[in-house]
Design a protein around this ligand. Sequence first.
Ligand code: FES
Length: 274
Amino acid sequence: MFRLLENKMLVPNLYHALISAPDVAKAAQAGQFVIIRPTEASERIPLTISDWDAARGTVSVVYMKVGKTTAEFAALTAGQDLATVAGPLGNPMEMGLFGHVVCVGGCYGLASIYPMARELKRLGNRVTIVIEGRSSYLLYWQQKLRSVSDDLIVITRDGSKGLPGHINNLTGVISRQAVPVNRVIINGCNYLMMRGSQETRPLGIRTIVSLNTLMIDGTGMCGVCRCTVSGSTKFACVDGPHFDGHEVDWDELNKRRGAYLVEETQVLRSSKGE
Ligand code: FES
């Protein structure tokens, strides 16, 4: 029984689900994910664990309503049960005392960097969080993120809050830091992680990204999450999902990510009766 305790829209198209999953909550670590099947007839979707409470037995995920399965998820309400919540899966994010860590989040990545920043701060790192969005009304969890960071920097593409611009402002943000940056962590869509990694490469700063690949089992058996890192084949679910952003073959990743776009669009349309 994986009861939904809350399932509500945070900002347009992004939803927060609070789920009763005591075994997952007991074992979760920053950077791990769950595979969720909203209903018995649904496909399986991987979602990063955004928060958890071991005492209450709850986990949080933030997801974008983008296809048929996430639409099925968003249609569920508090009190209903999810068919499957499998996890925690994947490796936790590498933690340690690195010095000054910049955590960058966009879209659902605002939520997934939260537990990573919290743990890094707890370990004594200086933590700067950079969040970016198209506009200020698409940002969320700012208070939560502020509470686990030394500084929170906002970038919006329309300039409605913080610095105007995009992820390509990252070089400037890092260069202006009074305390040198030792590590960058980027979570969000593949474009954000790819562009962010391109920004940090000339600066020579180790940059860790959390890859969003298609997944089925999440345990290394199906091969759907295959990606290439440092010229070697990796499975994002068991070898990752965290990899050196300077070593990821982004072209291949983006092609594989879009492999079923036509079919997904058709399925979504037919589920809406179009
Ligand atoms: Fe099946 Fe990774 S999701 S091998």
